[in-house]
Ligand binder design. Structure first.
Ligand SMILES: [Zn+2]
Length: 363
């Protein structure tokens, strides 16, 4: 059987310890297309080196400036795999893994202090729309509350290439609008750089912390969102902390941003670096590689000015103007509730009451 599979596949993909290679790498290896493989690996290495060089420069700003405003804030952001509870170390019934109460996790890692804020989103307590409404709302919360992100003039954000979440017109518009309004919303941000490592080669900081969370959940039973919140805060290493979903206000960013922007970045998928600056409001500078030239793209719709974004309805500041775009949580529907009721019935008091099992993630 082994020989049959071996002959049919012709290549082995090793999981664990060597996960930094993508489908492209596998395909190029399998077809022995070594010139293209080396080009691909070189590009991945070049982009990783560039990000590491930025990281070192950020660390240097901490050495050079006592003033946190002058230091650069580098954040890595990633969505983790969702957790389904209850989680037991010896789980006999696979079924419950598949349909358990779901908690999505998004990690925002402050690279200099190594502190990761893990946002926990239990089912039924958020709009359950991944994409800009989730990512934009988390970023907005983080920018306005993280002590360093709040005061820094310069920010660098590293994310993976997921088009649905991180690399789309709305996120580009969100950062372009944030640059325009940040200083009118209590922040100091004047410049943002967004970096994307090459697809499939995005092993980075948040993954390390997610691994710590996963390994901690294997050691003890987790039956409620509050227990997961407690575990992340106290038993997943000193660098992990949990943020409850109820602190995040969700906005319909698409509707908000479409009022002001209508230009997109051509070939956005192939871009590696995006820069926004208060000196060029409404514009983004993009490039495909760390050594290629930047191209300027103006994003604002005809007739829209900076003042429209800062003050669209005569309301003075940005947080107030987005209030009417708030999104309510999506309630759990009847069919889904039936599945959850079965789990509650199966485990009885072992996982607590319905309110605890399907509750928010505070203690
Ligand atoms: Zn690859």
């Amino acid at each position: 059987m082994f020989l049959f599979i071996w002959k049919k596949l012709g290549y082995i993909r090793i999981m664990n310890n060597r996960t930094d290679f993508c489908d492209n790498c596998v395909l190029l290896r399998a077809t022995a297309n070594f010139p293209l493989l080396f080009m691909h690996l070189n590009q991945a290495k070049k982009q990783r080196d560039y990000i590491n060089q930025k990281r070192r420069a950020v660390v240097q700003t901490f050495a050079d400036f006592d003033n946190p405003v002058k230091q650069t804030c580098l954040i890595s952001c990633d969505l983790s795999e969702k957790k389904r509870i209850p989680i037991f170390s010896d789980q006999p019934a696979q079924y419950y893994y598949m349909s358990g109460f779901t908690i999505d996790i998004c990690g925002m890692l402050h690279e200099t202090s190594h502190q990761q804020s893990n946002y926990l989103f239990p089912e039924g307590h958020w709009p359950q729309e991944k994409g800009i409404s989730l990512i934009g709302s988390i970023w907005f919360h983080y920018f306005r509350h993280h002590p360093h992100a709040k005061v820094s003039e310069r920010m660098i954000i590293v994310t993976d290439n997921c088009a649905g979440q991180n690399k789309n017109r709305w996120l580009v518009w969100l950062l372009a609008s944030w640059i325009i309004v940040a200083q009118h919303s209590g922040n100091n941000t004047t410049e943002i750089t967004q970096l994307f490592p090459i697809v499939g080669h995005t092993k980075f900081g948040p993954d390390r912390n997610f691994a710590l969370i996963s390994s901690a959940t294997k050691k003890e039973a987790i039956c409620t969102p509050s227990q997961l919140y407690d575990l992340v805060n106290s038993r997943c290493g000193k660098h992990n902390s949990a943020v409850c979903s109820s602190l995040v206000i969700f906005y319909d960013w698409k509707c908000f941003l479409e009022q002001f922007f209508d230009k997109t970045v051509p070939g956005i998928k192939s871009m590696h670096e995006f820069q926004y600056s208060i000196d060029h409001p409404g514009a983004v500078f993009v490039r495909v590689d760390s050594d290629s030239p930047f191209k300027r793209i103006d994003l604002m719709a005809a007739g829209v000015t900076v003042e429209h974004i800062r003050n669209p309805d005569g309301v003075k500041y940005f947080p107030l103007t987005v209030d009417k775009f708030k999104m309510p949580p999506k309630p759990i529907d009847d069919a889904r509730q039936k599945q959850l009721d079965m789990i509650l019935k199966h485990y009885g008091t072992l996982i607590g009451t319905k309110e605890e099992y399907q509750g928010p993630c505070t203690l």
